[in-house]
Design a protein around this ligand. Sequence first.
Ligand SMILES: Nc1ncnc2c1ncn2[C@@H]1O[C@H](COP(=O)(O)OP(=O)(O)OP(=O)(O)O)[C@@H](O)[C@H]1O
Length: 248
Amino acid sequence: MENLLATSTDTRAQLPLNGPAAEETPVLQLTNIEKVYQTSTIETVALNRVNLTINRGEFVSIMGPSGCGKSTLLSLMGLLDEPTSGTIAVDGRLVTSFSDRELAAIRNLKIGFVFQSYHLINDLSVVDNVEVPLLYRPGMGGKERRKRALAALDKVGLSARTGHFPSQLSGGQRQRVAIARALAGGPEIILADEPTGNLDSVMGEEIMDLLLGLNRQDGVTIVMVTHDEHQALKTQRVVRFFDGSQVG
Ligand SMILES: Nc1ncnc2c1ncn2[C@@H]1O[C@H](COP(=O)(O)OP(=O)(O)OP(=O)(O)O)[C@@H](O)[C@H]1O
């Protein structure tokens, strides 16, 4: 373990060339987080005393072997699950102090999710897929939803595919739709769980370039789980996990 500690930190010295430098303003703070999954027979400590702060404008990669707790960490950051112990703060405010309504609003307004397997709805067209999270926006009418969805699709270079269905798209295009869906709500933070995991290296690079652009040009804070060292090293900071603990 000591060796891992000594060798596994990689903090990119260079900040993005074109965009706003990451300010030291914490948007997500995880303090002393423990997550234990309990089934009738087995107790699994998925995360153990994790302390991690994500600052506004950062692009952080989370790496580590299968089962080390990366997805668990992302669902805690996305407020989709609660830690067994420890605290999570969003913009300096403890999550436990938010009402259910406030929590739902943060999940919907502030955070966009991107998954390895896209999670698109096959029966809906591309533009309708992108509109889905906006259906939960109180007071947002159909015209505004459509406008935002089309703008997000334009951003990811899919203006020519808005009427297609997911089955008519390549993997990289599907992931672009998923990113547009995350973007349509104008999130400050994107949490991406192996966004290039199902893609070949060329398409993976394209998606990575898109995410880097969103971070550098638009200032979106991104936390990305990846198994790809090459892509992780393009981000500003790599946080490594082993067996539920942070090792770098
Ligand atoms: N709902 C659950 N119930 C019980 N155990 C779980 C649950 N979810 C995850 N685990 C366990 O918690 C540990 C961490 O899982 P997690 O999915 O966070 O790992 P990971 O690093 O994302 O793995 P991978 O790279 O394979 O996706 C694993 O041992 C897993 O079996």
